[in-house]
Design a protein around this ligand. Sequence first.
Ligand code: ASP
Ligand code: MG
Length: 408
Amino acid sequence: MLIVQKYGGSSVATAERILHVARRIAARIESGETLVAVVSAMGDTTDDLLKLAFTVTDDPQPRELDMLISTGEQVSCALLAMALQSLGYPAISLTGQQAGIYTRAQHQAGRIQSVKADRVRAELAAGRVPVIAGFQGITEDMEIVTLGRGASDLTGIVLAIALQADRYENCKDVTGVYTADPRIVPEARQLRDLTYEEMLELASQGSQVMHNRAVELASVYDLPILVTSSFVDAAGTLIHGEHELEERNKVRAIAHDRDVAKVTVRQVPDRPGIAANIFEPLAEAGVSVDTIVQNASEADMTDMTFTLGQGDLKRAEALMPGICAMVGAAGWSSDPGMAKVSIVGVGIQTAHGYAARMFRALFDAGINIELITTSEIRLTCIIEAGRLEDAIRALHAAFQLEQAEAGA
Ligand code: ASP
Ligand code: MG
């Protein structure tokens, strides 16, 4: 078995934890597996380096930022290689470039173009454990680029695909994926498995388990992912392409997102082109709009509401007076304090009664639903942020997610 493991920042936060990780890798090698390790930067290193940059200048050059923040992973991969060597296991640390991760340039948002894994293969053939710096790659012009926050998963997944690994393991400070955040719902239960689609929806709805593009890629190549603990021995949650067709409970988990703001444009004349006129200036300003709801029009007037991340609200607000003037809207309002709560599971949309049950549970808890959106495998309600935790608990109970699934 060839396994690519990724250790996140908290799993390598201290020298002691790095030694612990080395011992875990050693034990797996002893059991006959071949391992490749990818590491994130130690603890909050990436944040600390970014802060440091902004103490030097308000406007650091993106290229220099990448030179700076890519060092975090270089520190942790060297230390983990040393730790393995100290236990008597040959290991070698490699930067993104040395591992053959080629990317297109956009600093802090590099896209992987190709992986030339010859060096990694050669190290494996020589009996060494390759320990690779996550989150970074190199362009054709030999510029270092980072792949976006949390993107060590992306490094790990592309390497696993290139090496045709049997499995990718995301080793974290939690033991797997839960039916809801256990800090909010004490009865939350760890899931045995999830489909790629379910994981993607959970991630895009606010669960910070794994990098979205990494899950997407794994799904294209049908690479199984195990989300598991780097601290304790635990079964973990397997993310793969299969699911039980007749699962009793189609709701698998509840995702939430506290980073939601809302803007409403009131009384817009309902004619072709208004949506384009409202959303083009926002897109040009780099505001990414999430949910959009247009009400049925009355007397040829309609209201349009959209949500966005709180960090984008100021920029959107600055544009709203101009947009309203252009489309002839009566006015606009905004609310920074919204939240999203979603139920996720394959088959939700086609199964009977799930939406009604969700709305009833929220109503019974006295929670007002402001907007509703759906996908094939998700139902999302946008509510006031202050009621979010109550909503998650109410839904977890209403869908009986604390009960073990069949076969679990
Ligand atoms: N160290 C990088 C970050 O904090 C990458 C990662 O952790 O995956 O975003
Ligand atoms: Mg990190």
